[in-house]
Write a protein that binds this ligand. Structure first.
Ligand code: SAM
Length: 439
């Protein structure tokens, strides 16, 4: 189904959007959803809905989701909440121009204990990084919502709240980071405990915000579909599956690897030091007491780390005191004779090397923890079969540990693969990895 052009009734919304001050936009996550997405996702959510439904957008902005719902279901009661009075003024004008009735309230949707207030919850939750929230709000929200963990975005508790508010149907467009990042593991568990009907990727650049986005529909008659949604309509690629806790969203994967369990059964990939204030902790000069050698993602090539002579003052307690959301890991993770350091972009090229200099790598690197030969792991991560497997499934900007934990582990013997990796022999690594997988 090709979508219809944006209705003229949304003109007040575009006027409102044009005058949002930059700081308010950032604080309240004010990005308007493209009309084609609103229309298509709303239609999916309303499929088979009984008479006189109650439909709520708890972050309604200019009310575009309510407009789409009201056009499809004139018998619906349309409720709109937003924290911003200017948004509600725009929504009221939209309703008037469209000849619809919106019941609008200025309120913070994350406050309140009501459950199941509407048959359908629609919308696009605010994207706000925790460090951009006022400290008191962050503390309150992070204490109350299970999905508000680590560096999860505000949209995580908002999605949790949308599920609480619904009587079975939730449909939204949201950033895609929750599908793979460690900080969103609790949100993934909450969402996938529901009957997920559709998860579809939107084209890059669908929003002013530079984030990848997906549409999610929870529906009692779930068809568990994955696909892509664009202005031309929805393309379903197949059933929705989760492997190792991570969802695969691409078209048919190019390569399946036979495995004996998964990488995550044997190794964990942990983030390097996340200190939040690199200029303070990292320096290029001569070593000072307490310094450790470090490296960055860009220094990691296949099989070697290009040392830039940088050092980090690793003091977990002091780092945490200065930057409460920092995540220093225990020093033992880094301070070992040999470990794999991994970097790279999803969908492009994984770059792994074995570190023998007891480096404390920075956060865009991952560091291996586990029992086994790190040279075999290094070879595997650099190998062609693994890169084909990985690239066909994951297309985010950066490699993510949680994705690689689901990599099938080869059943074959790995000593020759480790040897080829020690020699920095890419062709040998590719051949030995293919042999170990029995390809
Ligand atoms: C991503 S915009 C979505 C607007 C509109 N629903 C759309 O899809 O185009 C998020 C909206 O959430 C509102 N918002 C932010 N924090 C909120 C909160 N705690 N409670 C209710 N609304 C909130 C913002 O003012 C903004 O209008």
């Amino acid at each position: 189904m090709r979508s219809s052009p944006e209705p003229e009734a949304l003109a007040p919304g575009r006027r409102w959007e044009a005058q949002i001050p930059a700081d308010r936009r950032k604080r309240l996550g004010q990005w308007l959803t493209p009309w084609w997405a609103v229309e298509a996702v709303t239609a999916e959510a309303l499929r088979g809905l009984g008479p006189n439904p109650v439909i709520l957008d708890p972050a309604c902005g200019d009310g575009r989701w309510l407009l789409a719902a009201g056009r499809l279901r004139p018998d619906a009661t349309l409720l709109g909440w937003d924290i911003d009075a200017d948004a509600l003024t725009a929504a009221a004008e939209v309703a008037q121009l469209a000849g619809l009735t919106f019941q609008l309230s200025q309120r913070d949707a994350l406050v309140g204990d009501e459950q199941g207030v509407a048959d359908v919850i629609l919308g696009n939750p605010p994207y706000v990084r925790p460090q951009n929230l006022p400290a008191a709000d962050r503390a309150r929200i992070w204490a109350r919502y299970k999905s508000a963990t680590d560096k999860a975005d505000l949209y995580a508790p908002f999605m949790e709240r949308m599920i609480q508010l619904s009587r079975g149907r939730v449909a939204l467009v949201v950033a895609d980071t929750w599908l793979s990042m460690v900080s969103f593991a609790a949100l993934r568990d909450i969402v996938f405990a529901e009957p997920v009907d559709l998860l579809a990727r939107l084209p890059a650049g669908s929003f002013g915000a530079r984030v990848g986005t997906v549409a999610l529909v929870i529906h009692p008659d779930s068809q568990a579909r994955r696909g892509e949604l664009g202005p031309e309509g929805l393309v379903v690629h197949g059933p929705l599956t989760r492997s190792g806790g991570v969802v695969t969203l691409g078209a048919a994967p190019a390569i399946d690897l036979p495995g004996d369990g998964v990488l995550g059964d044997r190794w964990r990939l942990r983030m390097g030091v996340v200190c939040g204030d690199y200029a303070h902790w990292v320096h290029p000069g001569p070593p000072e007491p307490g310094d450790q050698p470090t490296c960055r993602g860009k220094d990691v090539a296949r099989f070697v780390i290009h040392d830039q002579g940088e050092r980090i003052r690793y003091d977990a307690a002091a780092i945490l005191k200065r930057t409460p959301y920092a995540a220093p890991k225990h020093a033992g993770l880094f301070d070992v004779p040999e470990k794999v350091v991994l970097s790279g972009a999803s969908g492009a090229l994984l770059r792994a090397a074995v570190d023998t200099a007891r480096r404390f790598p920075l956060d865009s690197c991952y560091v291996s923890e586990g029992a086994g030969d790190p040279w075999a792991l290094c070879g595997l991560l650099n190998s062609a079969p693994v890169n084909l497997w990985y690239g066909a499934r994951f297309t985010g900007a950066r490699v993510k540990a949680v994705e690689l934990h689901g990599l099938p582990w080869p059943a074959g013997e790995l000593s020759k693969l480790a040897e080829a990796a020690r020699a920095g022999d890419q062709a040998g690594v590719d051949a030995e990895a293919a042999r170990a997988y029995g390809l």
